[in-house]
Design a protein around this ligand. Sequence first.
Ligand code: TXA
Ligand code: MG
Length: 298
Amino acid sequence: MRFLSPAEAAAALLQDKLVVLPTETVYGLAANAMSDAAVRNIFRAKGRPSDHPLIVHVLDLELAEQLGEFNEESRELARAFWPGPLTVVVPKKPNVPDAVTGGHPTVALRAPSHVVFQDVLRRCGLALAAPSANLFTELSPTTTNALNPKLLDFLAGVVEGGPCDVGLESAVVSASSGQFQVLRPGMVTAEEIARRTGIEPSQETSRQASPGTHDKHYQPRAKVVLVDRLETGQAGLALNPSGPNQIRMPLDAQGYARSLFSALANLDQHGITEIFVERPPFGPEWVAIHDRLQRAAG
Ligand code: TXA
Ligand code: MG
């Protein structure tokens, strides 16, 4: 793995190269969002279908407004949660290449809070398209250790930023007419969004609205099976472990989210072929965790 400083990463991005960067959610596979060629390389590296749109990362709302048409509600979402793990979907402006939005008329924008990502954004002065730095359908990496070696051939390099603090991908949200809709749940919950912005959650649950959030996703190599309680001898993720290869998961949602993908990757690296996962508690702050577990289990 070739490690880069933020300055080296910025220089590579300005030459339309791909770089893996840390964010507070998961590691991202970043490229110049305004370059068709650079964006096409992201799709090639990930093996991702070209109609799955990418999130564009910016330093702040002012820059975001150069790329998308914000209404009052989407502006309020950004003001309340940026920089942070919330992505806002808005109609795109004509300057955003179709390659980034997968041909969709909207663009997903987010200002990450990770200081290393921000440092690179400042140095290169670009908006950066960055999907999670995994191969299509695989687990998102939350450490540089978890990066798939197959991805490395496509990269100028990797910027180390330590383990990701949130551990699950950002919440993806759109809003209009006093309502918001969660297109992909994240650790910023619908309850928190409503509380901090005064915008009402839409009653419609839409799974169609976020292209690329299909059922088979976030999958380790091993088969994942959700159970109420691990039996002795079963390898997996437990709230109360009782044997070898049973990883003790935190009992709080933030802690659980932070360690989920690395725990699954860890068991994969030990060659375990069937991972049993004890269903964690339910409740608003666990929604994104259940979403990812369900998809991991296919
Ligand atoms: O936390 C994150 O969001 C990470 C880090 C690297 O920022 N990125 C990430 O990107 O998870 P990706 O490409 O793996 O997921 C992008 C999500 C998908 O669910 C996609 O459908 C949704 O954002 N999305 C992107 N553009 C969209 C659009 N125009 N309309 C609706 N959903 C969109
Ligand atoms: Mg992803």
